[in-house]
Design a protein around this ligand. Sequence first.
Ligand code: 5GP
Ligand code: MN
Length: 331
Amino acid sequence: MTGCIGKEKIDAFRKLLGNARKVALAAHVHPDGDALGCVTALALYLKRELGKEVVCLFPDPLPESLEFAKNPSLRYLTGTTEEADLIILMDCNSFSRTDVLGDSLAASRAPKVLIDHHLNPAQDSFSLVFSTPDISSASEFTFWILKALGWDLKDRETGEALLTGMTTDTNNFANSVFPSTFTMASELIAAGVDRDALLQKIYFSYRENRVRLMGYMQNEALTILPEGAAYMILTKEIQRRFDLREGESEGLVNVPLSIREVRLSLLLKEYEDHFRVSLRSKKGTSAQQCALKFFNGGGHENAAGGRLYPAVDLGGKSLEEYVKHALLESL
Ligand code: 5GP
Ligand code: MN
């Protein structure tokens, strides 16, 4: 892992930071805990340790369940960009993943840095690329980059943001965990980050509606294919019935994987003109290939996502026929 940081890259990063007065940090559409965690941590470091002016840019609103992980001392903007001397894109591999912000960020004349853990980084769009899939999360990557820059772990809030991002992206140490991930957690906890308090905020602070929705979906909306796949469709009607808010179906797609025979799990969540697709798989089955091939998306080998536009994507099949076909072809 540390091989992809290296002294040359750190020196280059230090130089780019030295030349910048104002830094814009941006992350992917539908921001998750990792996106928010790594952006918040790096922004805190740049502001507090290097005295930079910083702005955190997200294409769309954060789910209410992640509000706790914002830092009140930082500026977060939604759906809009601001001029900056340096742009740092985090937790996604190209500007296209920042949706409405993409064109304006890509067109900026400011130097651009990428810090990411997905495959296929858009190298040509950046002056400097930190990218490896062999790490748990963009937040863990940020931790190692900050340490290489000389961060001493003393700022508790920076540490909390990093541990939040890593914890949510690994689903609390369940997937994509490397030896370096435990080292990071161990160092942060030793430095005083309160992991129990974080877990309380991440996993034990949902509304009742979410628990009831989870029960309903597992009872009434789960289809299991005997070949080893499962899917659920979270329609707008069900979302309305459970008064579902953004972020409240987080984790649902993982549940069917707890069945011994299920190797690939899919959740479709209905929006105005499309479905958001979440895919999870066990080792040996590629959620990513399924997302790439059938759902206009991508991601990691065992956790991927995308979008399905029924009006153009189904090729004459019904929604369920298309989903079944995609799953069976991906097993
Ligand atoms: P989730 O199911 O939690 O929304 O997404 C899981 C992972 O899939 C994300 O961490 C991200 O890497 C990837 N992903 C989700 N949606 C998309 C998408 O629309 N395009 C691409 N390329 N990756 C996605
Ligand atoms: Mn991530």
